[in-house]
Design a protein around this ligand. Sequence first.
Ligand SMILES: C[S@@+](CC[C@H](N)C(=O)[O-])C[C@H]1O[C@@H](n2cnc3c(N)ncnc32)[C@H](O)[C@@H]1O
Length: 342
Amino acid sequence: MGKTSRDKRDIYYRLAKEYKWRARSAFKLMQIDDEFHILKGVTKAVDLCAAPGSWSQVLSKRLYEVDENAKIVAIDLQPMAPIPGVIQMQGDITSEETANRVIEHFSGEKADIVICDGAPDVTGIHSLDEFMQAELILAAFNITSHVLKNDGTFLAKVFRSRNSSLLYAQLKKFFKHVYLAKPRSSRQSSCEAFVLCKNYDPPAGFVPTMKRTQLDVTDPAELSADVIDGFVTCGDLSGWDSEQSYSLDIETSYPKGSEKDASNQYEFKDVVQPPTEPAYKEALAMKKMGIFSKLEHDLEKAHKLAVAKEGAERQEKSQEEKGNIGLDDKLVEGIESIVLDN
Ligand SMILES: C[S@@+](CC[C@H](N)C(=O)[O-])C[C@H]1O[C@@H](n2cnc3c(N)ncnc32)[C@H](O)[C@@H]1O
């Protein structure tokens, strides 16, 4: 596959590089903000699971434009290259220690908004992925409950599933309004959406804690209630479609109709900010040290051993069926030693 193929298949990936956003996710936040104006009047924001940092870039651009004293705190498991005006931390948001570090930044003052675009490494096992995502949202909510001001906003990525209404019902206990937003830049074929919780209003007597393992919904009847205030598709509907492939020759102004680059000639661009500590760096180091060849050799040996043993056992079984005696243990040991010596 040529290096331009993703540029053709994924218009938001291409736009992100051309408009210097670190990830295509930037468009999701901008489209949600353009629809709901969630960043209007915001001066203090927390960006959870922020790497490589495109949401923080959007926050930095939209908040500092209005107030040069804005405060943005961003956290991720991965290190992030610096972004002007963004306080960055590396840590796991599900751990109490990292949560406390975020909370410390807000001692005496509260955030207007907490956003979380967190996604665990996908295993491909649907129920496990869903569970991990739910854990991440719960951790994000726990931090939010410490730092968010009353009437504040919480935005988090969710993967819609059969159990989603439970989450929405739980969040509705803490926020006056809960919407589900689907930006145009999020593929329609993906179950990804963003739960937008407005007007934080925790129940009387609620005490924030990082130890909460679930949000209580006391009345099961509430689960069947239609708790979502609306499912909203965000973004200019005449704009770019994330499902469509586009020719490399098309104009790429964003939003459509805005001023385009001096030249509209397509030119391949690298991603704005490659990961600072990618997992493949470690893999390359292991390869250099010959660890992979040794692993391959061991795996091959283990495979040969398994095949030889299976053959011997099959032979033993057929001998037994014919009424002959079983294979001698010494013979099996012999096979093992031949294989292992090679
Ligand atoms: C889709 S990316 C976020 C993209 C980001 N919003 C942007 O615009 O650049 C998901 C991020 O979640 C982070 N993440 C996943 N689990 C986490 C955890 N337990 N604590 C902190 N970050 C986590 C990953 O490291 C990854 O960087």
